[in-house]
Design a protein around this ligand. Structure first.
Ligand code: NCD
Length: 358
């Protein structure tokens, strides 16, 4: 293999690189047969330690449509993980069988940890509540196709903005385009993490925080709904208090602009009422379909054209310091170097972005 590049955080790449993937996806959509054999002889390994429908199957169909093959597991309990194999060894072995590895894991920073060991390209298909870069590529393609632009948009995010990894990745990406403004609608408990808000501000973009969807909706060009992430809560009681707070229904849709689009990474639980599906502004099923084409473009870009990316770890290794995020991969995979970026009095974990005051 010539050059390995990994997609862990979309912001490790430039907006020009995202743009070329999205443009390639557009070309594939208009002439899919041209690309039908483009990955013949290549193998993709999908290691899914967490449930998935769209991400896993769209990656698999993407590779099959490009003429490649697939291996992997969708349930670690049927692999040697159930016997106690660590992430390093599983990655080492499966990356030796594959040309590209797609990983989803409940712990934050897991894909980066895997990439440190892998002998092939690694793609982060969701690491706990942290990031989900290929959903963001899907979202960027949807916005380009359906709104015609990635700039000058007022984008509302509603639901579990604390634990929603799709929200974090998309906010970071859209912060890189001129004129975007964000309206963040959540309960006080489920607000966007501070490090993401700082990223928005540092990019020169603005945001407002609301608790009412009714108040926010008339201002929006795009509404990005999300599910309350039950699996990320400490207890069922905490989840019960948060579920059903927001529901987009036909009444609220009447308050929205005529050309506002509704996006959702899916799965939906009950935050969008079923009748909204028939509103022409509901874009979520189409969005999921765009996900397959953008993943075809990503696989091709990584395998065929090569993508120039940043080094995985560039900070300082301080093995005496522990990340304070209990969901960080460094707590279970104990051999990992504890690597931090330093900014003033703060250390930022290079796996999960947790901030630690020193
Ligand atoms: C999302 C995820 O897994 O983060 N789903 C997806 O990949 N399309 C959103 C979610 O699970 O709520």
């Amino acid at each position: 293999m010539d050059k390995i590049s990994h997609l862990i955080d979309l912001n490790d790449f430039t907006p020009a690189q995202w743009n070329s993937i999205v443009t390639l996806a557009h070309e594939i959509m208009s002439a899919p047969m041209v690309y039908a054999g483009a990955c013949r002889g290549k193998i993709m390994g999908t290691l899914f330690y967490e449930p998935s429908t769209r991400t896993q199957m769209s990656f698999q169909t993407a590779m099959l449509r490009l003429g490649g093959g697939i291996i992997g597991f969708d349930n670690p309990s049927t692999s040697s993980v159930a016997k106690g194999e660590n992430l390093k060894d599983t990655t080492k072995i499966v990356s030796g069988y594959s040309d590209i590895l797609v990983m989803r894991h409940p712990l934050e920073g897991a894909s980066k940890a895997a990439a440190l060991t892998a002998d092939c390209h690694v793609i982060n298909a969701g690491d706990g509540g942290h990031l989900h870069p290929t959903q963001t590529l899907t979202d960027l393609l949807t916005l380009r196709e359906e709104k015609g632009s990635l700039s000058d948009l007022t984008v509302g995010f509603c639901g579990d903005l604390k634990n929603g990894r799709t929200v974090h990745s998309l906010l970071k990406a859209l912060s890189c385009f001129a004129g975007n403004h964000f309206i963040l609608v959540s309960t006080p408990e489920l607000k966007v993490p501070m490090y993401i808000k700082d990223y928005i501000s540092a990019s020169g973009k603005s945001y407002e925080e609301y608790t009412s969807l009714e108040e926010a909706i008339p201002k929006l060009n795009v509404l990005y709904m999300t599910r309350i992430q039950r699996e990320r809560f400490g207890s069922l009681e905490e989840y019960e208090q948060q579920k059903n707070v927001y529901c987009l229904d036909e009444r609220k849709m009447r308050l929205a602009k005529k050309d506002m689009i509704v996006m959702h990474p899916l799965p939906r639980v009950d935050e969008i009422a079923i009748p909204v599906d028939d509103d022409p502004r509901a874009m979520y099923f189409k969005q999921a379909n765009y996900g397959m084409y953008v993943r075809m473009a990503l696989i091709l870009s990584m395998l065929d054209y090569g993508l120039e990316s940043k080094p995985l770890l560039s900070g300082k290794v301080m093995n005496t310091v522990s990340c304070t995020n209990p969901k960080c991969i460094t707590h279970t995979e104990k051999y990992l170097p504890h690597s931090f970026r330093r900014s003033g009095d703060v250390l930022e974990c290079e796996y999960c972005d947790e901030r630690i005051l020193i």
